[in-house]
Design a protein around this ligand. Structure first.
Ligand code: SF4
Ligand code: SF4
Length: 73
């Protein structure tokens, strides 16, 4: 199924708390465990882009407003 949404996550703006990973209903986000940002933190990324439904839960829950959601028409 084609993705209904897309998210951009700021690598430097993410503190790796994992809240977005936990609250994504389709589990398409993950923490990048093999890389860190300049603060030494494992940032979140869109691991399975084809699953994203553009619901914006991740952006709402993110305490650092590091996520921008795009909804596909
Ligand atoms: S917009 Fe929804 S489906 Fe897409 S990554 Fe965020 S929480 Fe998951
Ligand atoms: S909720 Fe925000 S700060 Fe926490 S891991 Fe996700 S993008 Fe990073």
């Amino acid at each position: 199924m084609a993705a209904k949404g897309f998210v951009e996550i700021s690598v430097e703006g993410c503190k790796g708390c994992g809240l977005c990973v936990h609250y994504c209903p389709v589990k398409c986000l993950a923490l990048k465990m093999d890389d860190t940002n300049s603060f030494g933190l494992h940032y979140s990324y869109l691991a399975e882009p084809e699953k994203c439904i553009g619901c914006a839960n991740c952006a709402i829950i993110c305490p650092d407003a590091a996520i921008t959601v795009y909804k596909k028409k």
